[in-house]
Write a protein that binds this ligand. Structure first.
Ligand code: ZN
Length: 134
């Protein structure tokens, strides 16, 4: 995959110039869904028809398309989560740009400016975001 073009300020010797200072995030709106259980995300499509890419066969989706079932053989479903206390069975799993990530019940699923999705803990979400309506 080609890297995006990035403008780099260079010194007269050609080395990239170091830039530092104070920055503020630009205000952007994101879509977010608070997730509690399989199927909660609007794009999970649970109960809808889907096509198995391996076989081409149509099936009824039981696992969320965005937040999938939590499945980790090293974390049995009956274990309690160190973050939230719910059993691992109550958790989900989401593919992010940085790889797979656990989703605790109550986490927010944010759809970012490039349509990437990632979970955000409720306390961080409350500090970082405010509602702008539907
Ligand atoms: Zn948890």
């Amino acid at each position: 995959m080609a890297l995006p073009a990035i403008h780099i300020e260079r010194s007269t010797s050609g080395h990239p110039m170091t830039v530092s200072g104070r920055f503020r995030k630009r205000p952007t709106e994101v879509a977010a869904t608070r997730w509690w259980a399989n199927g909660d995300h609007a794009d999970d499509s649970v109960g809808e028809e889907a096509v198995d890419p391996a076989t081409g066969q149509v099936y009824l989706r039981v696992e969320g398309a965005v937040v999938r079932f939590f499945c980790d053989p090293d974390a049995p479903a009956t274990n309690s989560c160190a973050h939230c206390g719910y059993t691992m069975h109550d958790h989900g799993w989401i593919d992010t740009l940085e790889g797979g990530h656990i989703v605790c019940p109550g986490d927010w699923i944010v759809t970012g400016v490039k349509n990437e999705r990632y979970p955000v803990k409720p306390d961080i979400f409350a500090i970082t975001y405010e509602s702008v309506g539907e």
